[in-house]
Design a protein around this ligand. Structure first.
Ligand SMILES: NC(=O)c1ccc[n+]([C@@H]2O[C@H](COP(=O)([O-])OP(=O)(O)OC[C@H]3O[C@@H](n4cnc5c(N)ncnc54)[C@H](O)[C@@H]3O)[C@@H](O)[C@H]2O)c1
Ligand SMILES: [Zn+2]
Length: 367
């Protein structure tokens, strides 16, 4: 008889169910983990509200997993190793170890993967979105190479934040952000705040944050108050001209911040980002857009401004984030967690709470 477990499965928009499903089979080369905390991500919320977007709809199986909805959700999680599969020798990973999981699914043999760009895999997807399981469940089985041990001073609730922090870490790395560069972050949701924490970890001395929601402004101010040594200003575009303020506040050279991180993904934030950065500056777009943006290319041409897009993280960046948390370079990551709920409350006190207001940043579910 197959053992069963409880899992939160996505059936379609506004249809998430806690169900009894078979415990996944532990295949050769895999490790079985019992997730302890799993975060609700903005993309999970998008699926819940208007999906299926990234989740493979019925009749359209995912190109790598071959799965379609219903699927177990959750890709930001950490937990404990409970079993090593055939061929996995105890060493780097052992039973009882606390670990977090890099949830990108990749085939490891297409040109981008062979070029160490697994975030651009031709058949890529996400554990917890594209099939093969997800973190909102009692057990998951994954290949050993995507599992990362957590040091003793990084508990599993913080381990569940490594994924969104790795997105931000990758963005800051892709922007080649050096400590003397000033920054403007558009949007202080979980990703914008994660970018803030990563910029602080990299020693950045001047950071502007622009946010429209009063609650999210408060979250940015709370983090800023822990870093009196750094010049952090939180601006409200509904009350002030962010472009003018950015020029005034970052006056060295030819004015404006060196890099703007768009973590809002709306026309206004992109327009402000391009206008605010200094000549030769960079817009690093982290957002996933709901609709196409309008762009006057000439706003880039004459001032040689650049825009780049960033997706997820590269091999090695999860370990860098774990180490940065463990050594205290990334400080107070717990500030991103605004609620912890049980699996039975995941929909009402998790997804619905996030949908209803901007009060929360990251809600963790205990599967
Ligand atoms: N590139 C990646 O790999 C990756 C990974 C995860 C998330 N994302 C994307 O990053 C974006 C941010 O994620 P999130 O979870 O923080 O989203 P979120 O929706 O919680 O946060 C966006 C914030 O932007 C604010 N905002 C809206 N309009 C604004 C404006 N004109 N100026 C300033 N702020 C404004 C909102 O009030 C909100 O607080 C999303 O688009 C998400 O899909 C990308
Ligand atoms: Zn690939």
């Amino acid at each position: 008889m197959t053992e069963s477990m409880r899992a939160l499965r996505y059936h379609g928009a506004k249809d998430l169910r806690v169900e009894s499903v078979p415990v996944p089979e532990l295949l050769p080369g895999q490790v079985k983990i019992k997730p302890e905390w799993c975060g609700i991500c903005g993309s999970d919320l998008h699926e819940y509200i208007t999906g299926p977007i990234l989740t493979p709809a019925p009749g359209k199986p995912h190109r790598l997993t071959g799965c379609t909805v219903p699927l177990i959700m959750g890709h930001e999680f950490a937990g404990e190793i409970v079993e090593l599969g055939p061929g996995v020798e105890p060493g780097r990973l052992k039973v009882g170890m606390k670990v977090c999981v890099e949830p990108t699914l990749f085939d490891d043999d297409c040109p981008p993967c062979l070029d160490k760009r697994r975030n651009q895999c031709n058949r890529g997807g996400f554990f917890g979105i594209s099939g093969w399981g997800g973190g909102f469940s009692e057990y998951v089985c994954l290949q050993e190479k995507v599992i990362h041990p957590l040091p003793d001073n990084v508990p599993t609730d913080i381990g569940a934040l490594v994924e969104p922090l790795a997105v931000a870490w990758h963005a800051v790395g892709a922007a080649k952000h050096s400590p003397e560069h000033s920054a403007l972050i558009l949007g202080s949701g979980p990703i914008g705040l994660a970018v803030l924490l990563c910029l602080l970890a990299k020693g950045c001395r001047q950071i502007l944050v622009s946010e429209v929601s009063p609650q999210r402004i408060q979250h940015a101010l709370d983090i800023a108050s822990l870093h009196p040594e750094v010049d952090i200003k939180v601006l409200d575009p509904t009350k002030e001209d962010v472009v003018a303020r950015a020029k005034e506040l970052c006056p060295q050279g030819n004015q404006g911040p060196n890099v703007a991180y768009d973590c809002a993904g709306v026309q206004k934030s992109l327009d402000v980002a391009i206008a605010a950065i200094r000549k030769g500056g960079l817009v690093c777009n982290v957002s996933v857009w709901e609709k196409p943006a309008t762009l006057n290319i000439n706003t880039l041409v004459f001032e040689e401004k650049k825009i780049i897009g960033v997706a997820c993280y590269l091999e090695g960046e999860f370990q860098e984030v774990i180490e940065a948390i463990s050594t205290g370079k990334i400080k107070n990551p717990e500030k991103l967690i605004t609620a912890k709920v049980g699996m039975d409350d995941a929909v009402t006190k998790g997804f619905e709470a996030l949908y209803g207001s901007r009060e929360h940043v990251k809600i963790l579910v205990h599967p």
